[in-house]
Design a protein around this ligand. Structure first.
Ligand SMILES: Cc1cc2nc3c(=O)[nH]c(=O)nc-3n(C[C@H](O)[C@H](O)[C@H](O)COP(=O)(O)OP(=O)(O)OC[C@H]3O[C@@H](n4cnc5c(N)ncnc54)[C@H](O)[C@@H]3O)c2cc1C
Length: 423
């Protein structure tokens, strides 16, 4: 039994169905994909969450899962993949501190060498230190203005402020992606979740839409099945919760292990707004991610139609911008300021060309734990539920390596390995 037809539930379902399990998947919404799909708006593939990109490109956990499960993943790999913008000037983010005309040259001389030394020491060291990235950079005496720039890049890349980004997470995330960068999914992320749903059905599984799970049945120290919203009792050998920890704790009720409650109490909500912009002319002269260093609200953007033109109608370009929001300072006026800033960054954009704004906040559909915090235990929930046999937690806040949804695929692979399935 699987709760949730987001990426986590669908990947888990595909692994299980291919291994011969009879999969029954319950989803309260009318569509599959959760935050990893899109809806059509006048020919634009407007995302429910994910910006149609895979942080690990063709080498990350999602690409590896697709290869194992037989999903035909088509990627555009933008070069450059990451650019910073200062005023109207653009600089490629490069690993090579000596390469001319890169973002390294936007840093003051001292900042450049201190930052280079700090990153070099991390790459050379045998063990990743258990500190935040900010603490690490301060240890290396990186000046404040350089810290701010590093913070902007990190915040857009993994949605976590510099002061909360664990050095271990960054290192392990990069390693799990084999040091490769971003790819834009041809056909959009919906092509992945639709293919996973097809695999489940092709192997005899059922996906029940508009029907969520109300409760997980627990007997002794084992999960025994689920009760659906309509009151149907569905016994099972294996229960996978692809809902995120907050909903999982509700579904478990009194049976929720104390360790999970403890994690939930410490969870940090990740809030943000995604802003859809259309244009007749390209707004950005490349297909990669761009981080505007001077902006106050907009964290970054990507013109996804440059890598995947089919995500916009013919003759149009499609840019998605992201604004990080903080629960403590959130007001609708902040989102409006983000929209105004997008217009200021691209003066040719007419008011009605900002055609869609989604705000992710609250318990669902926002990520309940900030992406990227303590992948290795402390902040993220274990995939194999502690204290309850037969229960797996495979979602955005589960333990796993990689950035953004790559973590979900990493968690699904952990579940598959634990059950002895091919993963
Ligand atoms: C604005 C934004 C941009 C992003 N961009 C990217 C990107 O470009 N690349 C990337 O890799 N990642 C990106 N991410 C992250 C990515 O979208 C998520 O990590 C991923 O989609 C999470 O998948 P999930 O299956 O864990 O959760 P979800 O997609 O949230 O799925 C959970 C599912 O559980 C269902 N559910 C809830 N309650 C119940 C219940 N009681 N019973 C049964 N089912 C239930 C929900 O309806 C939902 O379908 C982005 C996220 C956001 C918000």
């Amino acid at each position: 039994m699987i709760a949730g037809a987001g990426l986590g539930g669908l990947l888990s379902g595909a692994y299980l169905a291919r291994a011969g399990y009879r999969v029954e998947l319950f989803e309260p919404l009318a569509f599959v994909g959760g935050k990893f799909t899109s809806f059509d708006r006048d020919g634009f593939a407007v995302p429910t969450g994910a910006f149609h990109t895979l942080p690990g490109g063709g080498h990350g956990p999602i690409a590896r899962a697709c290869a194992r499960l037989g999903v035909d993943l088509q990627l555009h790999l933008p070069r450059p993949s990451f650019v910073v913008r200062r005023g109207d000037e653009r600089f490629v983010v490069s690993k090579n501190v000596l390469r001319p005309n890169t973002f390294w040259q936007t840093l003051p001389r001292r900042g450049r060498w201190r930052l280079g030394a700090a990153i070099g020491a991390l790459a050379a060291g045998p063990v990743l230190p258990d500190v935040t990235f900010e603490q690490w950079l301060r240890r290396w005496d990186v000046p404040a203005d350089t810290l701010r720039i590093a913070g902007r890049i990190i915040e857009f890349s993994i949605g976590v402020p510099l002061g909360e980004t664990s050095v271990r997470d960054l290192g392990c995330g990069m390693w799990s992606q084999r040091w490769h960068t971003e790819g834009v999914v041809r056909g959009g992320v919906k092509s992945i979740t639709s293919a996973l749903a097809d695999i489940i059905r092709a192997h005899g599984g059922h996906i029940h839409l508009r029907q969520g799970v109300r409760r997980v049945l627990v007997s002794g120290r084992s999960a025994r099945g689920v009760v659906t919203e309509s009151g149907q009792i569905m016994p099972a050998d294996v229960v996978v919760l692809g809902t995120g920890l907050g909903v999982a704790a509700d579904l478990l009720g009194n049976a929720c292990p104390a360790a999970l409650r403890h994690l939930l109490a410490r969870s940090v909500p990740a809030w943000g707004a995604s802003i859809s912009v259309r244009s007749r002319q390209p707004l950005v002269p490349h297909a990669g991610i761009e981080v505007p260093l001077d902006s106050r609200h907009v964290s970054g953007y990507i013109q996804i139609s440059a890598g995947a033109p089919e995500l916009a109608p013919p003759g149009w370009h499609y840019l998605l911008a992201y604004q990080v929001l903080r629960p403590e300072t959130f007001t609708p006026a902040r989102v409006a300021a983000g929209v105004d800033e997008v217009r200021a960054l691209f003066p040719s954009v007419a008011p009605d060309d900002v055609f869609h704004v989604s705000v992710f906040r609250g318990r669902w559909p926002a990520a309940r734990l900030a992406q990227g915090i303590a992948h290795h235990g402390r902040g993220r929930c274990p995939v194999v539920c502690p204290g309850l046999d037969g229960l797996y937690l495979v979602s955005h806040d589960s333990a796993g390596d990689g950035f953004a949804a790559e973590v979900v695929a990493s968690a699904a692979a952990t579940m598959a390995r634990h059950l002895g399935l091919e993963a």
